[in-house]
Design a protein. Structure first.
Lengths: 207, 622, 608
C-alpha cells in the first residue's frame, strides 16, 4: 500500500488506469466501482472472484477503476459510484483512505465480517494497545530483537480496530467470512437493477 | 410542672448539621440554670426546612430558631427562657421584607404548606408511641375494626380519591379491591420503603418522624383486604429509620396494636421489616418481592400482577410509605374531608423533597394543583446567589426536566406527564444557569445504567449505549447524527424494556432534548458547554489584570502545566497538558482564573516566555 | 379437580382455543403460529427476559412477553406488527453489540446458534450501535465442556436448567446491569466447583456457543448429522440417548427428550463418558506369540488358536466370566453356551447379587413414584455417584416440592447435603429412630430406594427396621420400594439364572482354572477393575490360557493370551432391562471400523 501520499488529491488523476466507456444512446455509462481492502485477509475479494465466469457479465455493466486486484494508487483515487471495502479500520492510514473513498463514492459497501463487525482484528480491542504491541513485537517466542516499530513510515495503530460504520457512513453491509460468491453476485446485481438487496437467512451468512 | 417544650428537629438534615450537639448543650444549660424540670426537650422527626438546620421550635409560643449551634445555646436560654423574649440572632428573616419572623405560623415556608402526611413529623417524639396515640393515633384503626366492615373501608379509600404515592398514581382503593377479591390465602401487604431516587427523602422523614402512621395504615389495609401479614421493605442505607421503625413495631406489639386479636376483635396482623441490599431496581414491586423471598432482585413480567401472584405466589398488595401513612388520616377525618384538597383528578396532598439550587432545601407538603412556581419560589424561596432558574427535575431518574416556561403548571400526575416528565415519588431538583442539561442527562443515565438489574437487553445494553453517546457529547466528541441516535435508542429502551426502570430511564434524555436541544447542539457543533460544567470542554486562562503572582495555582496544578512568565509576577497556563480539573480555579483568591467554555471560538492566549515556578524544577515545554 | 376453563383468543386474526393458564406462546405454538424466542425453552420456567417473544395485545400500550404472559379469554394478539419487528431487530442488534459475537470462530456457527438464527431471520446485516468489545473470560477448566463469556447473551437457560433439571444450582448470575455475568458457585471455575456434576445439561440447553462441548466442537453442525435413538448402558437407569453422528463418528450425545425414563436429561456418564474420553480401542484380534508379545491376527487364526488350545487339553478346568453390561441377547447366548464350560459367572458389585435376584420388585412406574414422592429414603446407595439422573430427580423433589430426604448406610456422597437425616453409619439408638419417625410423620407418598449395600448384613437390619417404622405409622401407606442396582443390565442377568459373583478371587481359587474367557464387553476400563480385587492378578496370571473379549485395551487385556475385539454400546444391537424392568433398545449408531464383533457373535464363533 502506498504510504507516502499524505494529502489527498482533489481531482481524479490525470492518467486513470481504465477508461470508462463513453456514454452513447445504445450503451449506457458503466457503473464505476472502486474496491479496497483495509485490515482484512483479502478473502472477501477472493470470494468476489469466485463469481467465476459471471465476471464477464459483470464487466459489461461495471468498470472497476481502482482495486487491489487491478491497480491501486491512493493519490489517484477516482470519483466512483460504488465503493466496496473489505477489512476493518485498524491504523490511521486506513482511516484516511476510507474517509477519502467515502468522499469519492455514492454508495459504500462494507464487504465481509471484518468490515461489518470488526471480526478478528477487533479481538485486540479487549486489550490495551501498548500490551498488544508489546506482546506482538517483544514477547513472541521467536522474536530475537524485541523492538516495537516506530518508523514514521509505519502508520500507528488506532486505539481500537473498528468496523467501517463506526468511522464513516455505510450504505450496505454484506456479512460473512467470507460472504458467499452467490451472495456478492446477488447484492451487486440487485444494486445494478436499482433495488436494495434483501439479505436474510436464505442468502446470507455470518460465518 | 413543664411550662415549655423545646422541639429539637432530629431529622436527617439536622442530624448531619449537628443537632445532637445542640441537644446536649441544651440539656447541660437547662440543668445548669435549674430549668430542667420546667423545660422539656423533645427530639422530633424532620420539620422540613433542612437547609436551615439545626432548628428548634419552642412551644407554646411557636418560636422557630434556625442554624442553632451548641455555642448559641447559653445565650438562647438566657434570652428566651430567663428573660422571656425571642433570641433574635437565630430568628429567620422574611425574604421580601427582611423582617424577623417571630412564630412558625408566620414563616412562609410553613404557612404555605398543608401538612397531612407530615402532620406529626417534627411535632412528636417518634420513639414514643404514646405521643402518637395522644395525637389521635390508632383511633382510626380502633373505629375500623370495631365499627366498619372491610368493604366499607375500601369504599372510603375509593371515595377519598387516594392515588398511590410511589409514582404510578394508581387509585389505591381499586388496588385494594383487587386484593380483597383474590380467593387465595394467605395474602400479604408490603410497604415499599426502598426510596431509591437520588435526592428523595420524603419517605425517610415519615419513617424517622412518624413510623406508627405507616403501621396503622397497614393494619387498616390488612383488615380491608383480608391480608394477615405485612412486610416493610426498607433500604439498608436508612439505619435511623430502621431503628425507629423497629422501636415502633416493638412498641405496637407491646401495646396490643399489632399481633393477635386487635382491639378485641378476631383480626390479627403481623408486621416485620425486611432490609434491602443496595439496589435501586428493588424499588420496583416485582423485584422487591423477589428480594424479600431471598432471590436476586430482578423484575418479573406482569401479568400476572401481585394481586394475583405475588410474594411466594400468594396475592400481595404493595403501596408506598406515603400512601400507607395517609390511610389513617382518611379513615379518621373522612374521605369527604380529604378530597377537598387537590384537584379534580388527583386528591389530597403530596410531599416533595426540594433540593438543588434552592434557598429553602427541605421537605414540603402541598395540595395537588399547587404550581411549580408556588413551590419553588413561594415556599422554596427561589434560587440563591442571584442566579436564574433554568429547570426543575421531577421524579428522579425516571422523570424529566421542566423549563421556566412551564413554571405555572399545576403539579399533578397528568400535567407533568404531558410535559414529558413524571411525578414520581416527589423528588424535585432545582437547577440554575450553572447546571448543564446534557450533563444532567448523562448523570441520570449513568445512575440507571449502574442500577439496571441486567435481565433484559434493551435496558442492560441500551442504557450503556445511550450513556456512551452522552459521554461522548459531553467530551466534545459528539456528532449531529448522535442526537437522532439518542432518540432512536430512547424509543427502543422505553418500549422494549421489561420494567419501569428501563421504561423510564430515557426520560431525562428525552426531556432535555425537547427543551434544551440548543445545549446539545452547542456541545456538538461548537464543542462548547454553555453552563461551563463539562470538563473536557472547559478552558482555564489566567487573567493578567487580577493575577498577583502568588503561585498558589502552579503549586496545586496536578499536571504541572502552570508556569511563571519570565520577568513578571504573572503566571500562565499551558493548555496542552491542562486536564481541566479546576484546581487552580478553586484555590485562586484573586479571581484571576477565567473558567470558560468557548468551544471552537476559543483563542489560546499568546504564550510568553516562561520559566518554572519558584522552587519547582518542571521543564518549560517547547 | 375441575376441568380447566376453555378460552379463546385471536392471534394475528386467527381464532385459537386453549385452556386458562396457558401462555400466549403455548397457544400460538399449538396453532402453528411461530413467535421468535431466545430465552424460552420448553421444560424450563419462563423467564421473559430476552424481549424477543414480545407481542402486542389490543387495548394495552405495552408489549408483553408471550412466553410468560397467561392468555386472557377474548384477547386480540398481534405477533408481527412493524413495531414488534423493529423492537426485536433493535434488541438483537443491542445483543450483538454487547459482547464479542464473532461467528467465524465459534463451533456453533453453521446453524446451531439461536442468536445467529434470529439475526439472519430478521435480516440483520449490520448493527446501528457501537460494538462494546468487552474483555470477557473463558473457563476451560471443566473436563468435557467450556464456558466462553464472549458468546453469552445472558438468557439464563443454563441457570434455570442447572436449578430446575439437575437440581444443584451451580450456575447463577453475578453483578448487575452491563456487568452481569454467569458464574459457577460463588465465582469459582468449573474445575474448582464442588457442586457441578458435569451432567452437561447446561451445555445442551445453551442457545449460543457460550457453553460448548469440547469433544463436539467443530466436528460438524448438528443440522448436518444423522440422529439415532438408543439407550445408555452405563448404569441400570437406562436413559434414552439421542446420538448425533456424521461420517461414522459421534458428534455429540444428548438425552432423548421423548424417553419416559430420563425425559431428555443425562448424567456425566451417559452424556460424556460414553464417547468423549480418549481410550485405546482394540480393532482386531490379538494373539500372543512365541516372543511373548501380542500380535494382530485374523479372526480365523485367533479362533483356531483358542480351539486348538482347548482341544489339546480336554481336562482343563474352563471358565467363562462375563460383564454385567452384556445385552439381554448376549446373556441368552451365554446361557446357551454355559454347559461348554465348567464354570460360568457374571461379575457384579458387592452385595448386588441379592438385588439382581429380585426382579419381582422392579416396577415400571418406579421413576414416576419418585417424581411424586414427598419423602425419599435412600438406603445403601449413592445415586449422585452411580445414577446421576435419579439423583437429579431426588434433588428436585427436595428443593422444589419440599420432600424429606433420609440417607442411610452409604458412604459420603454429593446427595448428603440435601438430606434431612444423613446417617452414613446407622445408629440403632431409640432417639435416632424417634427422629426418623418424626421426620416421616407427615409423609403421604414415601419412596424407599435401596442399593446393593442394603443387602449387606447391617443393611438388611436397617431395611427391616425402616419397614417396621412404616408399619408403626398411624396413617399413610407403606413406602414404594425401589431396588437400585449398580451394574448396567443387572435385571437382565437376574432373570437369566447365571451365577453372580461379587468377588471373583474365591471363584478363581476354588479349583485352579486353566482356561478362562473374560467377556469384558465395552467396560470403559477394559475390565481392569477386576484386577483391583486382592489376589486376582496373581490368580489370573496362573491361568494357562486367558482370553479377554473387550472393546478397550487395559491391564487386563495386556495379560491375555488372546484378545478378541468387541463392539461398544455405539455399535451394539440388542436390549437391556433397566431397574424398572423396562426392556429398552440398544441401537447401533456407528458401523465398527475394524474387526470388532458383537459379544454373542464372538462367543458363538469361538465356543459353539
Amino acid at each position: 500500500m502506498n504510504k507516502t501520499a499524505k494529502k489527498p488529491a482533489k481531482k481524479p488523476a490525470a492518467k486513470p488506469v481504465a477508461q470508462p466507456a463513453a456514454a452513447t444512446a445504445a450503451t449506457p455509462a458503466k457503473i464505476k466501482v472502486a474496491t479496497m481492502w483495509l485490515s482484512g485477509c483479502s478473502g472477501c475479494h477472493m470470494s468476489f472472484l469466485d463469481i467465476d465466469e459471471r465476471i464477464l457479465e459483470l464487466v459489461k455493466h461495471v468498470d472497476i477503476l481502482f482495486s487491489p486486484i487491478v491497480d491501486i494508487k491512493v493519490a489517484d483515487m477516482p470519483q466512483v459510484d460504488v465503493g466496496i471495502v473489505e477489512g476493518c479500520v485498524n491504523n490511521t492510514d486506513q482511516e484516511h483512505e476510507l474517509k477519502l473513498l467515502r468522499e469519492r463514492c455514492k454508495v459504500l459497501i462494507a464487504l465481509g465480517d471484518c468490515a461489518v463487525t470488526g471480526n478478528i482484528p477487533s479481538l485486540r480491542n479487549q486489550f490495551k494497545l501498548d500490551d498488544v504491541l508489546s506482546r506482538a513485537y517483544e514477547q513472541t517466542e521467536s522474536t530475537k530483537i524485541p523492538i516495537i516499530p516506530h518508523d514514521p513510515v509505519v502508520p500507528p495503530l488506532r486505539p481500537k480496530a473498528q468496523p467501517l460504520q463506526e468511522v464513516v457512513k455505510v450504505d450496505l453491509h454484506i456479512p460473512g467470512c467470507p460472504p458467499d460468491a452467490d451472495t456478492i453476485w446477488f447484492a451487486l446485481t440487485e444494486l445494478l437493477a436499482g433495488r436494495v438487496p434483501q439479505l436474510n437467512e436464505k442468502n446470507m451468512r455470518y460465518d | 410542672m413543664i411550662r415549655s417544650n423545646v422541639l429539637v428537629c432530629g431529622g436527617a438534615g439536622c442530624l448531619s448539621s449537628g443537632c445532637h450537639a445542640v441537644q446536649d448543650a441544651l440539656k447541660q444549660e437547662l440543668t445548669k440554670r435549674g430549668l430542667d424540670k420546667e423545660i422539656n426537650i423533645v427530639v422530633t422527626g424532620c420539620m422540613g426546612p433542612c437547609d436551615l438546620g439545626p432548628v428548634l421550635l419552642v412551644h407554646p409560643d411557636g418560636t422557630f430558631y434556625q442554624r442553632v449551634t451548641a455555642l448559641d445555646v447559653p445565650a438562647l436560654v438566657e434570652e428566651h427562657f430567663i428573660k422571656g423574649r425571642a433570641y433574635t440572632k437565630l430568628l429567620p428573616k422574611d425574604e421580601v421584607t427582611a423582617n424577623l419572623i417571630t412564630t412558625q405560623r408566620d414563616f412562609g415556608f410553613f404557612a404555605k404548606q398543608e401538612k397531612i402526611v407530615l402532620a406529626n413529623c417534627g411535632v412528636i417524639d417518634a420513639e414514643n408511641i404514646e405521643e402518637y396515640i395522644a395525637r389521635d393515633g390508632y383511633a382510626a384503626l380502633g373505629t375500623v375494626l370495631t365499627a366498619k366492615k372491610p368493604a366499607d373501608v375500601i369504599a372510603e379509600i375509593k371515595l377519598s380519591g387516594l392515588r398511590g404515592r410511589g409514582g404510578a398514581g394508581f387509585p389505591t382503593g381499586v388496588k385494594w379491591e383487587l386484593l380483597a377479591k383474590a380467593p387465595v390465602t394467605p395474602k400479604f401487604l408490603i410497604c415499599n420503603a426502598d426510596e431509591g431516587d437520588p435526592g428523595a427523602f420524603m419517605n425517610r422523614a415519615v419513617l424517622e418522624g412518624d413510623p406508627h402512621a405507616v403501621l396503622e395504615g397497614m393494619c387498616i389495609g390488612g383488615y380491608a383486604t383480608g391480608a394477615s401479614r405485612g412486610f416493610i421493605y426498607i433500604r439498608a442505607e436508612y439505619p435511623l429509620a430502621i431503628k425507629r421503625l423497629q422501636i415502633a413495631i416493638d412498641q405496637a406489639y407491646k401495646y396490643g396494636l399489632l399481633g393477635k386479636n386487635l382491639f378485641g376483635t378476631d383480626f390479627s396482623f403481623d408486621i416485620e421489616m425486611r432490609i434491602g441490599a443496595g439496589a435501586f431496581v428493588c424499588g420496583e414491586e416485582t423485584a422487591l418481592m423477589r428480594s424479600i423471598e431471598g432471590r436476586r432482585g430482578q423484575p418479573m413480567p406482569r401479568p400476572p400482577f401481585p394481586a394475583q401472584r405475588g410474594l411466594w405466589g400468594k396475592p400481595t398488595n404493595i403501596n408506598n410509605v406515603e400512601t400507607w401513612a395517609t390511610v389513617p388520616v382518611i379513615l379518621r377525618k373522612g374521605a369527604n374531608w380529604y378530597n377537598q384538597f387537590g384537584t379534580e383528578k388527583t386528591k389530597g396532598t403530596k410531599v416533595f423533597a426540594l433540593a438543588g439550587k434552592i434557598r429553602n432545601t427541605g421537605l414540603v407538603e402541598v395540595p395537588y394543583g399547587t404550581t411549580l412556581r408556588q413551590i419553588i419560589f413561594g415556599i422554596g424561596g427561589g434560587i440563591p446567589g442571584g442566579k436564574k432558574f433554568k429547570a426543575v427535575q421531577t421524579g428522579g431518574p425516571s422523570g424529566g426536566v421542566i423549563p421556566a416556561e412551564h413554571l405555572d403548571t399545576p403539579v399533578e400526575y397528568e400535567s407533568l406527564q404531558k410535559l414529558g416528565s413524571i411525578m414520581g415519588s416527589g423528588g424535585m431538583v432545582v437547577m440554575d444557569e450553572d447546571s448543564c442539561m446534557v450533563d444532567v442527562a448523562r448523570f441520570f443515565l449513568e445512575f440507571c445504567c449502574d442500577e439496571s438489574c441486567g435481565k433484559c437487553p434493551p435496558c442492560r445494553v441500551g442504557t450503556k449505549q445511550i450513556l456512551n453517546l452522552l459521554e461522548r457529547i459531553c467530551a466534545g466528541e459528539g456528532q449531529m447524527e448522535d442526537l437522532d441516535k439518542l432518540e432512536q435508542l430512547a424509543t427502543v429502551i422505553k418500549d422494549a424494556s421489561l420494567c419501569g426502570l428501563g421504561q423510564t430511564a430515557p426520560n431525562p434524555v428525552l426531556t432535555t432534548l425537547r427543551y434544551f436541544r440548543h445545549e446539545y447542539e452547542a456541545h456538538i457543533k461548537e464543542k462548547r458547554c454553555p453552563a461551563r460544567v463539562c470538563r473536557e470542554l472547559l478552558t482555564y486562562t489566567i487573567h493578567y489584570d487580577n493575577c498577583v503572582g502568588c503561585s498558589i495555582c502552579a503549586r496545586n496544578c496536578p499536571t504541572n502545566t502552570i508556569f511563571k512568565v519570565k520577568g513578571q509576577k504573572k503566571y500562565y497556563i499551558v493548555e496542552d497538558d491542562c486536564i481541566h480539573c479546576g484546581a487552580c480555579f478553586d484555590v485562586c483568591k484573586f479571581n484571576a482564573i477565567l473558567k470558560a467554555s468557548d468551544g471552537t471560538a476559543h483563542v489560546v492566549p499568546p504564550k510568553p516566555e516562561l520559566e518554572p515556578p519558584p522552587g519547582r524544577k518542571t521543564q518549560v515545554p517547547a | 379437580m375441575s376441568t380447566p376453563k376453555q378460552i379463546t383468543v385471536t392471534i394475528d386474526g386467527k381464532t385459537c382455543t386453549g385452556t386458562a393458564g396457558q401462555t400466549i406462546l403455548e397457544i400460538a405454538s399449538a396453532h402453528g403460529i411461530v413467535i421468535p424466542t431466545l430465552c424460552y425453552l420448553k421444560g424450563l420456567s419462563s423467564w421473559g427476559g430476552c424481549r424477543i417473544c414480545i407481542v402486542e395485545i389490543k387495548g394495552s400500550p405495552k408489549v408483553v412477553p408471550s412466553c410468560a404472559t397467561p392468555a386472557m379469554d377474548g384477547a386480540e394478539i398481534i405477533t408481527n406488527s412493524d413495531r414488534l419487528i423493529q423492537l426485536r431487530k433493535c434488541t438483537l442488534e443491542l445483543l450483538f453489540s454487547e459482547r464479542n459475537h464473532l461467528c467465524p470462530m465459534c463451533p456453533y456457527n453453521k446453524g446451531d446458534c439461536g442468536l445467529q438464527h434470529q439475526g439472519l431471520a430478521h435480516g440483520i446485516t449490520g448493527i446501528r450501535y457501537q460494538y462494546l468489545y468487552p474483555a470477557m473470560p473463558i473457563d476451560l477448566t471443566a473436563k468435557y465442556f467450556g464456558l466462553d463469556q464472549n458468546r453469552c447473551i445472558l438468557c439464563t437457560r443454563c441457570v434455570r436448567t442447572c436449578d430446575e433439571i439437575e437440581g444443584v444450582h451451580t450456575l447463577d448470575v453475578a453483578n448487575r446491569g452491563i456487568r452481569n455475568q454467569i458464574v459457577v458457585d460463588l465465582n469459582a471455575t468449573f474445575g474448582a466447583s464442588d457442586t457441578c456434576t458435569s451432567c452437561g445439561a447446561c451445555v445442551a440447553n445453551c442457545p449460543t456457543g457460550a457453553l460448548f462441548d469440547k469433544a463436539a466442537a467443530f466436528r460438524g453442525p448438528l443440522a448436518s448429522c444423522q440422529t439415532v435413538l438408543t439407550t445408555c448402558t452405563e448404569c441400570p437407569v437406562g436413559c434414552g440417548l439421542k446420538v448425533f453422528t456424521k461420517e461414522n463418528r459421534i458428534v455429540n450425545v444428548f438425552g432423548d427428550p421423548d424417553s419416559p425414563v430420563n425425559k431428555g436429561h443425562l448424567c456425566v456418564k451417559g452424556r460424556y463418558e460414553t464417547w468423549a474420553d480418549a481410550r485405546e480401542r482394540i480393532t482386531q484380534p490379538l494373539v500372543r506369540g512365541a516372543d511373548g508379545q501380542l500380535h494382530p491376527a485374523t479372526w480365523p487364526a485367533a479362533i483356531q488358536r483358542i480351539k486348538d488350545t482347548l482341544a489339546q487339553s480336554p481336562d482343563w478346568e474352563t471358565g467363562l466370566l462375563v460383564s454385567p453390561r452384556l445385552t439381554n441377547e448376549a446373556v441368552q447366548t451365554v446361557r446357551k453356551l454355559a454347559d461348554k464350560f465348567d464354570r460360568v459367572a457374571a461379575f457384579v458389585a458387592p452385595y448386588e447379587a441379592a438385588l439382581c435376584g429380585q426382579p419381582e420388585y422392579a416396577a415400571p412406574d418406579s421413576l414416576q413414584r419418585l417424581d411424586e414422592a414427598d419423602a425419599i429414603i435412600v438406603l445403601g446407595a449413592r445415586p449422585s455417584e452411580d445414577h446421576g439422573v435419579v439423583a437429579a430427580r431426588i434433588r428436585r423433589a427436595v428443593r422444589q416440592r419440599g420432600a424429606k430426604l433420609l440417607i442411610f448406610h452409604a458412604r459420603k456422597s454429593g446427595l448428603d447435603r440435601y438430606a434431612n437425616i444423613c446417617a452414613n453409619v446407622v445408629s440403632l439408638e431409640r432417639s435416632f429412630w424417634k427422629q426418623v419417625a418424626e421426620t416421616l410423620a407427615d409423609a403421604q407418598r414415601p419412596v424407599l430406594v435401596y442399593g446393593p449395600q442394603a443387602m449387606s448384613p447391617i443393611g438388611v437390619t436397617v431395611l427391616e427396621r425402616l419397614l417396621k417404622s412404616f408399619e408403626d405409622k398411624k396413617e399413610g401407606t407403606g413406602p414404594a420400594v425401589i431396588p437400585l442396582p449398580r451394574s448396567a443390565n443387572s435385571l437382565g442377568f437376574g432373570a437369566a439364572g447365571l451365577e453372580l459373583l461379587e468377588e471373583i478371587g474365591p471363584w478363581l481359587d476354588t479349583k485352579p482354572m486353566s482356561f478362562l474367557c473374560i467377556v469384558a464387553s465395552d467396560e470403559p476400563d477394559g475390565g481392569a477393575r477386576l484386577l483391583e480385587e486382592r489376589y486376582v492378578r496373581p490368580l489370573l496370571s496362573e491361568v494357562d490360557c486367558l482370553v479377554v473379549q473387550a472393546a478397550y485395551r487395559s491391564a487386563l487385556t495386556d495379560m491375555a493370551q488372546v484378545v478378541l475385539p468387541a463392539v461398544t454400546w455405539a455399535e451394539k444391537f440388542g436390549t437391556i432391562t433397566n431397574f424398572e424392568g423396562r426392556v429398552l433398545p440398544v441401537r447401533p449408531v456407528l458401523a465398527p471400523v475394524g474387526e470388532m464383533r458383537d459379544d454373542q457373535t464372538i462367543l458363538e464363533s469361538v465356543f459353539a
